[in-house]
Design a protein around this ligand. Structure first.
Ligand code: CMP
Length: 137
C-alpha cells in the first residue's frame, strides 16, 4: 500500500464540490487516512509550494491557495500516487480527460480544483508538512 497527499483547493471548496470529490475518492477505493480543513496563510502556501518559488506564477499560486479554506488529505491505496493523479487528470482542466476531477471541477490552470503529490519523495514531504504521525493512526 502507498500513501499520497491531496488537496481540495479553495475554488472547489468554495463551490461546494468537496462532498462530490470525496465521493469519487471513496468510489475509486482509496482509504482516507487523514483529512482536515485549513485556511492557509500565504506564508504557509509558499512553504508548501517552495519548489515552484522561482516560477513566474508563484505569487498567483500562493495567493490563490491562501484565498479561502481548503481540505488537505492523506489517501492510501495500491499505487496511490499514480491512481490519484489519474483521477485528478491533467494539470490544466482544459486538457484533462472527460470524467476526471479537474475536468469536472477545475476552472483554470491555477484554479484546478485539486492537488496531488507527483512522486514518493514529494508525498513524504507534503504529508509531513500538514500531518503529524498521530493524526494518521
Ligand atoms: P498543482 O498540482 O497544485 O501544482 C502546482 C500548481 O501550480 C499547479 O497545480 C497549478 O495549479 C499551478 N500552475 C502550474 N502552472 C501554472 C501557470 N502557468 N500559471 C498559473 N498556475 C500554474
Amino acid at each position: 500500500m502507498e500513501k499520497t497527499f491531496a488537496i481540495i483547493k479553495p475554488n472547489a471548496f468554495a463551490d461546494g464540490n468537496s462532498g462530490k470529490i470525496l465521493s469519487r475518492i471513496y468510489e475509486e477505493g482509496f482509504t482516507v487516512v487523514g483529512l482536515k480543513k485549513l485556511y492557509l496563510s500565504q506564508v504557509e502556501a509558499e512553504g508548501f509550494y517552495y519548489v515552484h518559488k522561482d516560477r513566474p506564477f508563484f505569487g498567483e499560486l500562493t495567493e490563490f491557495m491562501s484565498s479561502g479554506p481548503c481540505i488537505v488529505m492523506v489517501l492510501e491505496a495500491e499505487n496511490a500516487i499514480l491512481k490519484w493523479r489519474d483521477l485528478m487528470g491533467a494539470t490544466n482542466p482544459a486538457e484533462a480527460a472527460e470524467g476526471t476531477l479537474r475536468r469536472e471541477f477545475g476552472a483554470s490552470l491555477g484554479e484546478n480544483a485539486t492537488h496531488g503529490s507527483d512522486a514518493p519523495e514529494t508525498a513524504s514531504f507534503e504529508i509531513g508538512y500538514f500531518f503529524s504521525g498521530l493524526e494518521l493512526l
